[in-house]
Design a protein around this ligand. Structure first.
Ligand SMILES: Nc1ncnc2c1ncn2[C@@H]1O[C@H](COP(=O)(O)OP(=O)(O)O)[C@@H](O)[C@H]1O
Ligand SMILES: [Mg+2]
Length: 357
């Protein structure tokens, strides 16, 4: 079955779309693209993610905007592959997260109206993947571990790290486990956008030229989230720099260097604290392009062989979009998509809702 996966991550950098061919035991990536969000769209989405209140009018605008980007991405993929909508079995659309407050609130909100997507692409759309797991007592996140298990199988001593705005980790031992480790690129991007008129610290070059601020790093690493036992997941409500007065007057390069170290150290802590003997770490997500972050990760985990998931056959830029194509396929096939050991849900559940073409 040809399937399309759509992902708009917490980085609010763009709409990722991939075209894959899926069967019971194989998945092939045929094409992929990212429609980058212009600055005003990215700013709007990032502001909503941390806003105290969201009016219905703002939610409505954002919901339609994400749906339009989704349709645009799908229709571009169809055009460039000379495919008709009828040839595509389904779209698995993650949407864009505005709130993630799993337990005890029991709420996670992804926008990008799936009815609109089904109507304007002519393709059956599966969406709202997180809330069934949350209703079953789970975190609703991360959901990619089930896909990592499908893509890589059970490999003892190996973990997968996805460095998006928030980072998540999957341990591929049997049984598979995993959780969100904390911020990946999100705080780095926030600083760059606010103080440097840059979208990100390209290849980590600025951070590399700075120094770690030890007191700041220690304080950040004391955030209670890091010590919480899994199952756990997090989002932009929990990790933000906006309220941190201690940052006033600090050199950009030193803050960026310290934030890079925070991501590296928090991942290392998560791996060490898991009690598993990890020898190999496969990395995907945009953070894989931050050379300095990858170096700091290697320095924090000197005994671990750290490479891009590309070394194991999965393109690191499209891993999440592919995962949601696969999760949509699971839903259509009436197969569960969550890993209860990861999310803490009471059991396996068929995720999402189906919006027929
Ligand atoms: N060349 C690069 N140098 C540094 N950081 C990069 C580079 N390319 C991507 N990134 C980082 O990756 C982020 C996008 O990663 P992505 O996996 O799409 O995250 P999300 O799922 O949160 O959208 C960017 O916002 C940026 O922080
Ligand atoms: Mg992204």
């Amino acid at each position: 079955m040809l399937c399309i996966g759509l992902m708009s991550g917490t980085s609010a950098d763009g709409m990722d779309a991939c075209l894959v061919r899926i069967s019971d035991d194989s998945l092939h990536l045929l094409d992929a693209l990212c429609i980058p969000y212009p600055d005003d769209v990215s700013r709007f989405l990032r502001a909503l993610a941390i806003a105290e209140t969201i009016t219905p009018e703002l939610a409505m605008d954002a919901d339609r905007l994400i749906a339009q980007y989704a349709c645009n991405a799908v229709n571009t993929l169809l055009e460039q592959n000379h495919l008709r909508p009828a040839e595509i079995g389904l779209i698995g659309s993650h949407g864009h997260t505005l709130r993630h407050r799993p337990q005890p609130d029991g709420f996670s909100w992804q926008i990008g109206d799936p009815s609109w997507i089904a109507e304007h692409t002519g393709i059956t759309t599966v969406a709202d993947f997180r809330r069934r797991d949350i209703a079953a007592g789970g975190e609703g996140a991360p959901l990619v571990p089930a896909f990592h298990r499908f893509a890589f199988g059970h490999v003892s001593g190996t973990a997968v790290l996805n460095i998006g705005g928030i980072a998540n980790l999957t341990f591929l031992d049997d049984p598979v486990s995993g959780f969100d480790t904390g911020p990946g690129n999100a705080l780095l991007d926030d600083w760059c956008r606010k103080h440097l008129q840059m979208n990100c610290d390209e290849q980590g070059a600025l951070a590399r030229s700075g120094d770690i601020l030890p007191e700041l790093l220690t304080r950040w690493l004391e955030h209670p989230y890091y010590a919480e036992p899994p199952p756990k997941s997090t989002g932009r409500e929990t990790f933000r720099l906006q309220d941190d007065d201690a940052l006033t007057g600090l050199a950009d390069k030193d803050v960026l260097c310290t934030l890079t170290e925070l991501t590296a150290q928090s991942v290392a802590m998560a791996i060490r604290g898991s009690g598993r003997s990890i020898r190999r770490l496969l990395v995907c997500g945009g953070g894989v392009h931050n050379d300095f972050l990858m170096e700091r990760l290697k320095a924090a985990l000197p005994d671990v062989d750290i490479t891009s998931t590309a070394s194991a056959g999965l393109d690191p830029d499209w891993a999440e979009a592919i995962a949601f194509a696969w999760l949509g396929w699971r839903t259509i096939r009436q197969l569960p998509g969550n890993v209860p050991a990861v999310t803490g849900a009471a059991g396996e559940r068929i995720l999402g809702a189906v919006y027929p073409a």
